[in-house]
Design a protein around this ligand. Structure first.
Ligand SMILES: NC(=O)c1ccc[n+]([C@@H]2O[C@H](COP(=O)([O-])OP(=O)(O)OC[C@H]3O[C@@H](n4cnc5c(N)ncnc54)[C@H](OP(=O)(O)O)[C@@H]3O)[C@@H](O)[C@H]2O)c1
Length: 288
């Protein structure tokens, strides 16, 4: 059997850049310049030429607050673009892999136990709704599919260039000597893209198609995550906790969006603090 041909959208993003080198076959990495999800015919044309066995979509509109003011753009990428991608994959007989978000949950304000794959989603934000619409398009239009829901991603490609992530934002604000306020009433599981990428590759090889929750282990608030970043990085910071109401972000976020997997075969990833320590060590040039 020849090796599988994987086409990866969003290949230069945080997750995409950690996933590409881990895929066990021929990999064609694509950037937005090569396949723009908002383009009406690009997915069909580009994929028809590339003839992939597996299409991995790491591309997304990820600006959670900005999406509240430009829902058309969020849906154009995360829902309508994915809809066209799913139709193109189905026509080619290719498997489609879609990464989704813990922000498809949150409507149940009282919830304080981890969400499994069988829990009904209920998003609070435009971003969460657009990701759920993308999931539904994948489920409804492409028979061979994997949907991986994950949470609070940070990866090396967010540490430089134009990308960023929560860890880098915290370290930058601390270096600038800024007063930093972080919400202490949203609980989730920040996850390292190296770990999520590894788990996704394992599931693609070993597990049947379907929906999987994939995050690092444990749970924390964004404030405690920020505290851990400064502690593990040995950085002094002017950090204070705040509430979502005081902070007043444009998008409403879940008070609790910890995920668990109900599938026995889903890899159990290391605790979030261990993954964070490894990220910070690698960032300093150490080893993990
Ligand atoms: N980041 C998180 O905290 C988080 C949490 C849960 C789930 N997720 C999901 O995990 C996946 C990966 O996230 P990430 O953090 O790795 O994202 P990321 O670093 O922001 O990368 C997203 C990529 O999507 C590309 N892109 C944006 N609009 C596009 C378009 N119209 N057509 C084609 N490509 C486009 C971007 O290209 P350009 O650089 O050219 O714009 C970028 O390379 C996404 O599906 C996201 O929704 C993320």
């Amino acid at each position: 059997m020849p090796p599988l041909h994987y086409v990866v959208l969003g290949a230069n993003g945080q997750l995409g850049s950690d996933l590409c080198p881990r895929l066990p076959g021929r990999v064609t990495p694509l950037t937005r310049g090569q396949l723009d999800l908002t383009h009406a015919t690009a997915a069909r044309e580009v994929l028809r030429d590339l003839k992939p066995d597996v299409v991995v979509n790491c591309a997304a509109y990820n600006f959670v607050d900005r999406a509240e003011g430009e829902p058309e753009l969020a849906f154009a990428v995360n829902a309508h673009g994915v809809h066209r991608l799913a139709m193109a994959c189905e026509d080619l007989g290719a498997t489609l892999v879609y990464f989704s978000s813990d922000y498809v949950f949150g409507l149940d304000a009282e919830r304080r136990t981890p969400y499994g794959e069988s829990d009904a989603p209920g998003p609070l934000s435009v971003y969460g709704s657009s990701k759920l619409a993308g999931e539904n398009a994948v489920r409804g239009l492409c028979r061979k599919h994997y949907i991986f829901r994950t949470c609070g991603l940070y990866g090396a490609s967010g540490s430089g260039g134009k990308g960023t992530n929560f860890v880098e934002t915290m370290l930058r604000l601390a270096a600038q000597g800024k007063a930093i306020r972080v919400v202490n009433d949203q609980m989730c599981t920040p996850s390292a893209t190296v770990d999520v990428a590894g788990a996704a590759v394992q599931l693609l090889q070993e597990a049947p198609a379907g929906l999987y929750h994939v995050t690092n282990g444990g749970a924390t608030t964004w404030y405690d995550f920020a505290r851990a970043i400064f502690e593990l990085a040995g950085v002094r910071a002017n950090l204070t906790p705040t509430t979502s109401a005081e902070y007043g972000a444009a998008a409403q976020r879940p008070a609790y969006s910890v995920l668990r997997s109900e599938h026995a075969g889903t890899p159990v990833l290391r605790p979030w603090r261990e993954a964070l320590a490894a990220y910070l060590a690698a960032r300093r040039g150490g080893s993990d």
